[in-house]
Design a protein around this ligand. Structure first.
Ligand SMILES: Nc1ncnc2c1ncn2[C@@H]1O[C@H](COP(=O)(O)OP(=O)(O)OP(=O)(O)O)[C@@H](O)[C@H]1O
Ligand SMILES: [Mg+2]
Length: 227
């Protein structure tokens, strides 16, 4: 079974779908078999993939919003892929709980904003409850998003993370125009600062829970198809 990463938060609009796009495209670009399960009833990710994404690198995307089906679906998909990312809805929902239950790792995007952090703390508690039901520890990490390392709100959010005793990945994703407009452009960077941040996050996931076929053979061997 491949690695399953559930991207969750009871707060809407903090970058779950954008981070799903960033990680899945970079995993696929590195030559891994990457799948996305869109578990948000809004279907934002799958609509983007169907209508706007350029199609390279190839991603396997499916939709599953049913809490009674998500576990079986995720297990089936993860059997055929190195990494499966589940993009969940931005409100408390049972499908997200079941996605956590089947996940190798739960990632919770947090913006430099107190509301975002408070909701993240609730999402961590939700993952802890799911861990208790599943009788296994489900690792859970905050992923700082749209982050300016020198910002004041960022510093206050880091203080909150410490006082709430939340665990976070060391890498933060900055605020990038490319992340703002990928929904229109269909383009997700695999190079530059954003590509580097994506690779760092993937490395952290690998060191926490392991990713089959990671690290990939030299990226130099990967070339874009001629159009
Ligand atoms: N690092 C970033 N830099 C700049 N813009 C970003 C970044 N991350 C996300 N965005 C933008 O913020 C908006 C919200 O992001 P996104 O849709 O990914 O959030 P979400 O958590 O999936 O929302 P929902 O809960 O509604 O599903 C989008 O316009 C997205 O392009
Ligand atoms: Mg979304």
């Amino acid at each position: 079974m491949g690695t399953i990463v559930a991207i969750c938060s009871s707060k809407g609009g903090n970058g779950k779908s954008a981070i799903t796009a960033l990680l899945s495209v970079n995993l696929a670009f590195a030559g891994l078999r990457a799948a996305v399960i869109d578990a948000d009833p809004n279907g934002s990710f799958s609509t983007w993939h169907r209508t706007t994404y350029g199609g390279y690198p190839a991603l396997s995307v499916s939709q599953c919003i049913d809490e009674d089906e998500i576990v079986a679906h995720a297990l089936e998909v993860s059997g055929q892929h190195n990494v499966t990312i589940i993009d969940t809805a931005g409100f408390r929902n049972q499908t997200a709980s079941f996605a956590m239950g089947v996940a190798s790792l739960v990632l919770i995007p947090v913006l430099p904003d107190r509301h975002s952090l408070i909701e993240a703390a609730k999402t961590v508690r939700q993952a802890e409850s799911v861990s208790q039901i599943a009788r296994r520890s489900i690792p859970c990490r905050i992923l700082l998003n749209a982050w300016n390392p020198r910002g004041l709100a960022e510093q206050a959010t880091l203080d909150d993370i410490e006082s709430f005793k939340l665990e976070r990945l060391p890498t933060a994703i900055g605020s990038y125009v490319a992340m703002e407009k990928y929904t229109y452009s269909g383009l997700v960077p695999t190079s530059g600062a954003l590509g580097k941040a994506a690779l760092e996050v993937i490395e952290h996931i690998h060191s926490l829970v392991g990713i089959e076929a990671w690290p990939p053979p030299s990226r130099a061997n990967l070339s874009r198809p001629k159009s």
